[in-house]
Design a protein around this ligand. Structure first.
Ligand code: HEC
Length: 436
């Protein structure tokens, strides 16, 4: 097993882990709802603005949608703080590791989000003024904001995916290489499609409600027409999800897949299919009261979303379970070792006894980075044995002037120990493997 296994912090959590995880799913759903409105809303506004170049009435619609973005983005961001705090508590070592590995991109989230927000204000408030001569400029601003809105979630996705695969921590360095994890891109497309579908769905009652002054705000639209329009978008985009979803499932590394997961996903799929049938019924041209089943439609979609979010949670827990157990074990070992050391001090045994000079020098100089079967900072003794077998001299040569082979942190040089000590160390290391 070539994965780094950190110590757990062993601190008291403010809530039991199960409660924290429940909160995480709940708070995350709330946050992601508004992220959906923000990203999907902006995407739709931009698309309708482009359609508006041909048909003026779509430009008006785009403008109306853009007005909702600034509010939704504030809610999305504020509601994003809570799940971040909870994920930090519930998955401390995992989240921390993934965050450090995607460090620069992760920090870039802040300036990127800031820039995206300034652009959305500009986009929304310059609509009237830049009509006509400056329309191209306005569209460019919209595209720039859209690119940011589409990029930022990718950073989050790379991070939370990387969290699940400790075995990749030693090979991944940086955001771009985290993107190559098998599951990141399918999940990303699944997410982007969802933003559009969810936003379109909520546009149905938003523009369809009686209080919305359709005639003056969206001239050229009829109420049923606009409801049908957004229903249709939600329908066809969700149709793509039936392709993106399985792709997502099949690219999941198997280590976290379970029957429970399949069960939960099945519930999600069944309610998604029912959702599709109902929406299909709503958009039928001969339906005089479009939106009659909206409540039910929302219930069905919510069921799907909750099932998928819960499925994701089950997967996450299963995927990191073996690693988590190994981590707890190591923490326990560490705990006992320090207890033992303390006991030795109490009993006045301050000298640790070593079987040989090589053992002592190894403990003092090498053991922080090299352990028997585990990769710490440096490779395990087993791995070293596989490379060097009984070649003591080669180990001495390497230790005096280590090269860079694995591309992680380089090993410091131990020339100062002298050939004799290094030879003893090498002998000791190999003796652990049953060689002379
Ligand atoms: C600060 C951490 C650290 C300490 C202390 C350390 N090493 Fe290493 N060691 C490493 C790292 C990291 C590598 C892998 C370097 C690479 O592949 O680029 C490594 C690799 C090695 C290798 C394998 C080289 C190969 O060909 O793959 C040997 C042998 C080795 N160390 C011996 C020692 C000995 C002997 C000591 C003590 C005198 C020691 N190391 C102390 C970090 C350390």
């Amino acid at each position: 097993m070539n994965e780094p296994i950190p110590h757990d912090l062993g601190l008291q959590l403010p809530l039991p882990p199960g409660a924290l995880k429940f909160l995480l799913v709940l708070l995350f759903l709330l946050h992601i709802l508004f992220v959906n409105f923000m990203v999907g809303g902006h995407t739709l506004a931009l698309l309708f603005e482009l359609a508006g170049l041909k048909k003026q009435k779509y430009d008006k619609l785009a403008k109306e949608i853009s007005k909702t973005i600034t509010v939704n983005k504030s809610l999305a961001v504020v509601l994003g703080v809570a799940p971040l705090l909870v994920i930090n508590l519930a998955y401390t070592t995992y989240f921390y590791s993934a965050t450090s590995l995607t460090g620069i991109a992760w920090i870039m989230v802040i300036p990127l989000v800031t820039l995206a927000f300034l652009l959305t204000y500009l986009y929304s408030y310059s609509w009237q003024r830049w009509q006509g001569d400056h329309k191209t400029l306005h569209i460019i601003v919209g595209v720039m904001a859209a690119i940011l809105f589409w990029t930022i979630p990718l950073i989050f996705l790379a991070n939370v995916n990387l969290m699940l695969f400790p075995s990749r921590w030693l090979t991944v360095s940086g955001f771009l290489s985290a993107l190559s994890l098998p599951n990141v891109l399918p999940r990303y497309f699944h997410f982007l499609l969802a933003t559009v579908a969810v936003t379109a769905l909520f546009a149905v009652p938003y523009f369809g409600r009686q209080k919305f002054d359709l005639e003056s705000r969206l001239p050229g639209f009829e109420r049923n027409e606009i409801k049908r329009l957004f229903y249709r978008i939600a329908f066809f985009v969700t149709l793509f999800q039936f392709m993106a979803g399985p792709l997502l499932l099949f690219t999941l590394p198997v280590q976290g897949i379970s029957w429970e997961l399949y069960g939960v996903i099945l519930i999600g799929v069944i309610s998604a299919i029912t959702f599709m049938i109902l929406v299909w019924n709503e958009i039928r041209p001969d339906n005089p009261r479009v939106g009659r089943f909206f409540g039910l439609v929302v219930v069905l979609l919510t069921t799907t979303v909750v099932a998928m979010a819960y499925g994701r949670h089950i997967y996450r827990d299963r995927a990191i379970e073996p690693h988590h157990e190994a981590m707890l074990e190591r923490t326990q070992e560490f705990y006992w070792a320090s207890e033992a050391a303390r006991a030795r001090v109490r009993m006045g045994i301050t000298q640790q006894t070593f079987g040989s000079g090589g053992e002592k020098a190894f403990e003092q100089n090498c053991s922080v980075c090299h352990a028997m079967d585990m990769t710490l900072v440096g490779p395990s003794l087993t791995e070293i044995y596989e490379i060097y077998e009984n070649d003591i001299e080669a180990i001495v040569t390497w230790s005096k002037d280590p090269g860079v082979k694995r591309g992680g942190a380089p090993m410091p040089a131990f020339k100062h120990l002298g050939d004799e000590t290094l030879t003893e160390i090498a002998e000791y290391m190999l003796s652990l493997m049953g060689a002379e």
